[in-house]
Each structure stands twice: as structure tokens, then as C-alpha cells.
Design a protein around this ligand. Structure first.
Ligand code: DAH
Length: 354
């Protein structure tokens, strides 16, 4: 085979390789193998000096032509492959506008807050206003000013979370009326309101309270109460009864009955607990109401004169009543939820029902 024939054969192979390259990277490999420093066609271009003079014109013409054709083919193929690659990358990252959208999960008010708001609305409708007090409270407001005896069991370390001041010697911390604790009830707001304002007083106070209880179906270490306090001239137990009966029917429905049972609280005299008739058995007796037909929903009573004494209110001139209810408990009784813990476990399948 003559040199010119070799070059023609090489050109054919290279044009075939160019056509067969599937990516710009493969094409670049072909280009380097042919036209690179050590490329096959480069070899012929460089060795023209060694070609015998009589063949040089023919070989030179052949090699130049092959060089031009190969370069043109490389250029054309490169343009085509680059366009295809661009096209592929665009369609790979394209947004499929026909896919269904993702639904944004909208939150709702938690049942505990909703019930607390509903109860607050009932009292606001009766002309009460809302008072607030601190959750980190002193033993004085949580117990002393509410007439709780010194040896009342709920003052104990086993029942109440005390906040220990680490700046003085925590080990010799002496419990007394200035001890700081997490309030065990919203009742201290009563004492604070009576100190701060003169009668007539018509307030409720919703908020969190804390007790050293292990969570079980009827206890949570943190829960919500709504406290109520009325102090005015001529307030009687009849006002207390009428108010709470009205409120119970608003919360649970007209068909539910209420009853008042005598009870004891340090800060009221007389005191009572209020029951509402069971929503499941309607008074027959079932497991939910432990066979009694009744569910206890709140504590209440006429404000004890000793409590007025702490606040400097004249018990000869004024009288009043107070009450306290557990929000979680009422939520569960209203919707027949058997376990308080379900309210705080965050199971959306449960919570979404409300
Ligand atoms: N503080 C009481 C408790 O935590 C509830 C209560 C009972 C509040 C009677 C009152 C009341 O205001 O008069 O169990």
C-alpha cells in the first residue's frame, strides 16, 4: 500500500470513529488520537520531509485533504453532540407541571386551648374579665394567702415542685412563705386580684398548673385550670349555683344535669364539688362514670372570710364565691375521651378529630 493509500484508509477509519462517537467526551478522545501531538494524522503531516520528492505532491495533497475533512467532521459532530447533551440536561431537570401538588398541612387550635377559649367566652358573656398570674409562684400566694394550713399535705415536696435557689445554699433551703414553687392551682390569682383591686370583682383566670403526679389516665404533671372569683355586695350561694349551672349547660349541653356535693377547700366556706351527669350512660351508671352516673367537674364555694383578711377586704360588707375547673378534664368529659394523656401525646390521628 502506498503512503497516499494509507492516508486514505486512515481518513475512512477516522470519519467512521467520528460518526460513532456518542458523547462530546468520546469525540474528544477521537480528536486527540488523530490530531493530537502524537496523533495518527499528525504523524503523516510531520513526516512529509521523509517522503521521496516524486511522491511528495500527491501525499501532501492527500494528507491536507484528509486533515481538512477530519477537522470539518469533528466540528460538525461536536456541534450536534453538544446540542443533544444540552437538550438532555434540560429535559432531565425539567419541572413536570402535570404532577399533583403537595397539600400544605394546616394546623388547628389544640383541643385544650379551644375548650379553654370556649369557657372563657361564656364568662366574658356574663361580664367577667380575665386576670393573669405567674406560673412560678411563691408559697405565700399558692397556699398561705388561701388559708391553707401549715401542715396541708399538698405543701409537701412530694406533691409540689419547689424551685430551689442555687445562689444560696440549696441544701439548707428552708421552706417558708417566700419559697418559690410552680403553682399547683390557679387559685393564687384570687389572692393577687383581691390585693390589687377593690370589689366589685368578676374575673376568671385560665392558666397552667403543675403537680408532682405521674401521668396516668386521670392525672398529668402539668395541666390547665380556669379559676373564677366574684366579690361584690350581697353575693349568695344562690348566685354561685345559678352561675355554675348556667355555665355547665353552656359547656356540655342543655340536657346535662348538674349536682352540688358538699366538700372542703381551705379557701371557701361552705365548699362544694360540682358533678355533671354522665354523657355516655346519661345517669344509668357505666364504666366511664365508674357506675355513679356522675362526673366531677369542678370545685367551688363561698370565699372564706380569712381569705378576705389577707387581702384587706371587709367581709362584713362584701361576700363572694370562687371556683376552679380542670380544662383537660372538661375536654375529656365533653368528648368522652377515656385518658387525659391522649391530649398531650401529639397523635395527629386523635387530635385532628376536634
Ligand atoms: N384550687 C382547687 C384545686 O386545684 C380548685 C378549686 C376549688 C378552686 C374550690 C376554687 C374553689 O376557687 O373555690 O383543686
Amino acid at each position: 500500500m502506498s503512503v497516499a493509500e494509507e492516508i486514505v484508509a486512515l481518513r475512512e477509519r477516522v470519519l467512521g470513529d467520528i460518526a460513532a462517537a456518542e458523547t462530546t467526551a468520546q469525540l474528544e478522545e477521537v480528536r486527540v488520537a488523530v490530531l493530537g501531538k502524537k496523533g495518527s494524522l499528525t504523524g503523516y503531516l510531520r513526516s512529509m520531509g521523509q517522503i521521496p520528492p516524486e511522491e511528495r505532491a500527491t501525499v501532501g495533497k492527500t494528507v491536507n485533504q484528509a486533515h481538512q475533512e477530519v477537522e470539518a467532521a469533528l466540528e460538525a459532530r461536536k456541534t450536534a453532540l453538544a446540542a443533544a447533551e444540552l437538550e438532555a440536561s434540560i429535559s432531565a431537570s425539567a419541572v413536570d407541571v402535570t404532577l399533583p401538588g403537595r397539600v400544605q398541612q394546616l394546623g388547628t387550635r389544640h383541643l385544650i386551648n379551644r375548650i379553654a377559649d370556649e369557657i372563657a367566652e361564656i364568662f366574658l358573656g356574663l361580664g367577667y374579665s380575665i386576670a393573669n398570674g405567674p406560673e412560678v409562684e411563691t408559697e405565700y400566694y399558692n397556699f398561705n394567702a388561701l388559708n391553707a394550713p401549715e401542715d396541708h399535705p399538698s405543701r409537701g415536696l412530694a406533691d409540689t415542685f419547689y424551685v430551689v435557689d442555687r445562689s444560696d445554699d440549696a441544701h439548707v433551703h428552708v421552706k417558708g412563705e417566700s419559697s418559690v414553687l410552680l403553682r399547683t392551682q390557679t387559685s393564687p390569682v384570687q389572692a393577687r386580684v383581691m390585693e390589687a383591686q377593690k370589689p366589685p370583682i368578676y374575673i376568671i383566670s385560665p392558666g397552667k398548673v403543675y403537680r408532682r403526679d405521674v401521668a396516668d389516665p386521670s392525672h398529668l404533671p402539668q395541666f390547665h385550670q380556669i379559676e373564677g372569683l366574684v366579690v361584690d355586695e350581697g353575693i349568695t350561694f344562690g348566685d354561685l349555683k345559678g352561675t355554675l349551672e348556667y355555665v355547665c349547660k353552656q359547656i356540655f349541653g342543655e340536657e346535662r344535669k348538674t349536682r352540688f356535693r358538699a366538700h372542703y377547700f381551705p379557701f371557701t366556706e361552705p365548699s362544694a364539688e360540682v358533678d355533671v351527669s354522665c354523657g355516655i350512660c346519661h345517669g344509668e351508671g357505666c364504666r366511664f362514670c365508674k357506675g355513679t352516673g356522675w362526673l366531677e367537674i369542678l370545685g367551688c364555694g363561698m370565699v372564706d372570710p380569712n381569705v378576705y383578711g389577707y387581702a384587706g377586704i371587709d367581709p362584713e360588707k362584701y361576700s363572694g364565691f370562687a371556683f376552679g375547673m380542670g380544662v383537660e378534664r372538661i375536654a375529656c368529659l365533653k368528648y368522652n375521651v377515656p385518658d387525659l394523656r391522649m391530649l398531650v401525646e401529639g397523635d395527629m390521628r386523635f387530635l385532628r378529630q376536634f
